[in-house]
Design a protein around this ligand. Structure first.
Ligand code: UD1
Ligand code: CA
Length: 477
């Protein structure tokens, strides 16, 4: 057995606290700030995703307060812990409240729940830098052309790692207003030093809050090391305090997503016109036309084509599938080489199997369409199971709802449903049967038979001509 390597330095036990208790007054919203979405996901969900790549979810704690229960339930599936800050008295106060949860750790990293572009690589880099400098506090900074609204970094000496203080926007002296280096709001702290000095924070500032940023000058004055690391990518630090900032973050995130997919072999025509959520996956050689939205957990295979203005929410789309212009697809599965649209609507719970065709103005709901089957025009199939190689003619409608409950329609393999048929559920059309056009089907149709249920046609020869002549004679009078 190989011997344990005792010379390796012990990796300090690390907790990540994510501050998410604030209301977000500047958004002028009734919804909590951290649940506003960018890239198709709440701000907080992005930060949690980055944090849980660095430490296990059980070592991540979100500090929640405003609308705490809503925030908690929105992200509970991540498995992280929560600490309640029932009164939001500032970012420093948030950590005072979380002391019990965080004090058992060696290292406490802090992220802000409204800054979602942070990556796990940067969090790791911040931790490594902090450890290599043997610092009490390490903070991430960026140089922004327009630093308005952010806390500014006062370094001990230009070009040195050491920081004297972070000064909030409202407290800047005219000289400090010229500083472009800003505080990103991501920190690493030596847990012992943080909690032995945290009570020194005061509310003696513009907002009357406990600013976590004041820990920089407190620790520096106590002769502990406070250092700053500049982020590689200035975008990573952006915080979403206003709707305009949220939109900027969203745009950045979506373009980055398109670039990632293009790097992986996906063709995207006019990427700046496409809306692709962060968790979407697309296989190589798939083509995405302008104006497409791929949202939620949508997964598209390879060699598929998604036509312009299609909006696809949490669907699975197989290899070589063709989704033509203007489809709206939700929570459904489209198998390989199936073809949809233009203008098909799949409501939740549908499965369109291999090589099936769903055409224009066809709406499906909780419906499975088997391999090679077709419903090409102007049709509604709800709660329906269509077998293989069946043909559903234009204008066919299932009556799946009787005003009280929903009922199933079963169309077995090889069935031919003539145009303008009405299928009144519950009903089954047996294998290989025919339904004549314009039939109202109220009873099950046995396999291989013909169902014909429409009024017999009457022809009155010469009737139209006689009518015209009569009208003509009346006019002449
Ligand atoms: C903060 C920093 C600022 C930095 C900027 C980066 C302070 C005092 N200032 O300013 O230096 O440049 O972030 O984006 O920290 N929160 C709580 N409890 C509270 C107050 C806030 O959990 O009592 C949470 C908020 O929900 C938010 C985060 O902390 O997610 C940051 O608070 P916010 O009010 O947005 O701080 P900024 O003014 O942006
Ligand atoms: Ca903020």
């Amino acid at each position: 057995m190989p011997k344990a390597n005792n010379t390796q330095p012990r990796v300090p036990k690390t907790a990540i606290a994510i501050l998410a208790a604030g209301r977000g007054t500047r958004l002028k919203s009734k919804h909590p700030k951290v649940l506003h979405e960018v890239g198709g996901k709440p701000l907080l969900a992005h930060v949690i995703a980055a944090a849980t790549k660095v430490v296990p979810a059980s070592d991540v704690f979100a500090i929640i307060g405003h609308e705490a229960e809503r925030v908690r339930s929105a992200v509970a599936a991540s498995g992280i812990g929560f600490v309640l800050q029932s009164q939001q008295r500032g970012t420093g106060h948030a950590l005072m409240v979380a002391r019990k949860a965080l004090a058992p750790y060696d290292l406490v990293m802090v992220l802000y729940g409204d800054a979602p572009l942070i990556t796990s690589q940067t969090i790791q880099q911040l931790r490594d830098f902090h450890l290599s400098k043997k610092a009490a506090m390490t903070l991430l900074t960026a140089r922004l052309e327009n630093p308005g609204g952010y806390g500014r970094i006062v370094r001990k000496k230009a070009g040195r790692d050491d920081v004297k203080a972070i000064v909030e926007q409202k407290n800047l002296t005219p000289a400090q207003q010229k500083i472009h280096e800003i505080n990103a709001g991501f920190y690493a702290f030596d847990a012992k030093l943080l909690f032995s000095h945290i009570e020194e924070l005061s509310t003696d500032n513009h907002h009357g809050e406990f600013y976590l940023t004041d820990m920089a000058s407190i620790l520096a004055k106590a002769k502990h090391r406070v250092v700053a690391l500049q982020a590689r990518d200035d975008y990573e630090v952006l915080g979403g305090n206003t709707r305009a900032e949220l939109s900027e973050i969203d745009q950045h995130m979506r373009l980055a997503k398109c670039r990632q997919l293009m790097d992986e072999g996906v063709t995207i025509l006019y990427p700046e016109m496409c809306v692709i959520d962060s968790d979407v996956e697309v296989g190589a050689d798939t083509v995405i036309e302008p104006g497409v939205q791929l949202r939620g957990t949508t997964r598209v295979g390879s060699d598929a084509r998604i036509g312009s203005y299609s909006v696809i929410l949490s669907c699975e789309i197989g290899d070589e599938a063709l989704i033509q212009t203007g489809c709206v697809l939700e929570h459904s599965v489209i198998r390989a080489r199936a073809s949809l649209g233009p203008y098909s609507h799949l409501r939740p719970g549908c499965e369109v199997c291999e090589e099936a065709h769903i055409g224009n103005f066809v709406e499906l709901k909780k419906t499975r369409v088997g391999k090679g089957s077709k419903a090409n025009h102007l049709t509604y199939l709800g709660d329906t199971d269509v077998g293989e190689n069946a043909n559903v003619g234009a204008g066919t409608i299932t009556c799946n709802y009787d005003g009280v409950s929903k009922h199933k329609t079963i169309i077995e393999d090889g069935v031919f449903v003539g145009s303008d048929s009405i299928l009144i559920a519950p009903v089954r059309i047996g294998k290989g049967a025919y339904v004549a056009a314009a039939t109202t089907v109220t009873e099950d149709v046995p396999p291989d038979s013909l169902a014909l249920g429409r009024a017999r046609q009457i022809v009155k020869e010469g009737w139209a001509k006689a009518k015209r002549e009569k009208a003509k004679a009346q006019k002449a009078k």
